[in-house]
Unconditional design. Structure first.
Length: 339
């Protein structure tokens, strides 16, 4: 009798422990993918998608646990249900984005809903794990448990590989994704390029007559910068889930900074938003004042924005007012902007 009751309880604890590990992995690899505009993004997204699908694989077991939990009237069950809804919304939006079947939820892109739901779920996830504590035992780390865990992950990887094959074979829109998962939008057609910002920045209206760019030891007017015509074809890959290739022109940062010495370049927006870059990258960065031979529009950073090839969109500071050089290392900043 004791063993009959014992087995499902351990199965429940192991399922919950596996879910915790998978949620943490999905969260970590999602952000890791955002940190790269180059090939490590793809590797991270393969691990990401596999962990996300593995959560779905465990759903039949988790629904047994949830049903048992809901059968015990306790405070906080609504928080658990809200947590469940948010995780499901995030996964459904992730799949909607990856297959291309659902790319918009009203004004929000599926990728925004996907990441937004995951972010809102964090406090509920912490509450859930603390309030519905599980006790992991040494026997939970047996060879059999690992084999079962490996089977679940293998199944998830196969399911993910399967969806990718279906997406390509049936020419779903998702087949056209870039390695970061983003969709092409308005390439070489600046008016069709979507406007988006990292988080809270509102579009300012700056007067080009009064606007000045401050660099070490010098101030530049808009008309002075119009004299530069350094050109760069680069891909703006937004974390909202789209990318756009444009020809940008303006002034290379090494030309604006001259022989200024220091460790890092800090590019500052009129909104206070800023990003740091290694000084060694100065010649690869462009302060763009034109896109496709036209002045930028307000949404895309008028009068001047940074073009940072091979970096995701949140590095491309808009409405730039200052470019400083100092001795702080470039990694001395939050990995993702906080405004
Ligand atoms: C609750 C946590 C999360 C879960 C369970 C989850 C799960 C998923 C799933 C199932 C997919 C679809 C994979 C596919 O079949 O192609 C996906 C896609 C994606 N997720 Fe997440 N995700 C989570 C959080 C995040 C976060 C926090 C980020 C970024 C900061 C993120 C970034 C992405 C990206 C970029 C894709 C698109 C991949 C592609 O199209 O190739 N995810 N996610
Ligand atoms: C995909 C992620 C998860 C979802 C959607 C989810 C959802 C739920 C829901 C809806 C319930 C029933 C309501 C309640 O008892 O409050 C529940 C119960 C529970 N959950 Fe989760 N949960 C998840 C992950 C986890 C994790 C990571 C842990 C612990 C590490 C955990 C531990 C528990 C426990 C111990 C119960 C109570 C079971 C019982 O009373 O018999 N859950 N979960």
């Amino acid at each position: 009798m004791a063993t009959i009751r014992h087995v499902p309880t351990r199965l429940g604890a192991r399922t919950n422990a596996a879910l915790l590990a998978l949620l943490a992995l999905a969260f970590l690899t999602g952000w890791l993918a955002f940190a790269f505009g180059t090939s490590p993004a793809r590797t991270s997204l393969i691990a990401h998608a596999t962990s996300g699908v593995a959560i779905l694989v465990l759903l039949p077991w988790k629904s047994m646990i949830a049903r048992r939990g809901l059968g015990r009237p306790r405070p906080g069950r609504w928080a658990s249900i809200a947590f469940g809804v948010l995780v499901m919304v995030s996964i459904v939006a992730g799949l909607g984005h990856s297959t291309g079947l659902v790319l918009w939820w009203g004004p929000f892109s599926s990728m925004e809903v996907h990441v937004g739901a995951a972010l809102i779920a964090i406090p509920l996830a912490i509450w859930h794990v603390v309030a519905r504590r599980i006790r992991v035992r040494a026997t939970d780390f047996s060879r059999r448990t690992f084999l079962k865990g490996g089977l679940a992950v293998g199944l998830a990887a196969a399911a993910y590989g399967g969806t990718e094959i279906v997406v390509r074979a049936s020419s779903l829109p998702g087949a056209a994704r870039r390695f970061t998962g983003s969709y092409e939008a308005g390439s070489f057609n600046p008016p069709a390029m979507p406007v988006s910002s990292w988080m809270f920045d509102a579009i300012p209206s700056l007067d080009p007559e009064r606007w000045k760019l401050r660099t070490p030891g010098k101030e530049w007017s808009y008309s002075e910068l119009m004299g530069f015509d350094d050109r760069l074809t680069a891909t703006l890959d937004c974390t909202g889930g789209f990318y756009s290739v444009q020809e940008w022109s303006g002034a290379r940062l090494d030309r604006l900074l001259g022989s200024t010495h220091g460790e890092s370049i800090r590019v500052v927006s009129s909104s206070g938003y800023d990003r740091r870059f290694p000084v060694s990258e100065a010649s690869g960065l462009l302060l763009a004042i034109r896109c496709g031979d036209h002045a930028l529009d307000a949404g895309h950073g008028f009068p001047a924005r940074l073009v940072a090839p091979d970096r995701r969109g949140y590095w491309w500071v808009k409405w730039v007012v200052a470019i400083d050089v100092d001795d702080l290392p470039y990694w001395w900043q939050s990995p993702f902007p906080l405004q």
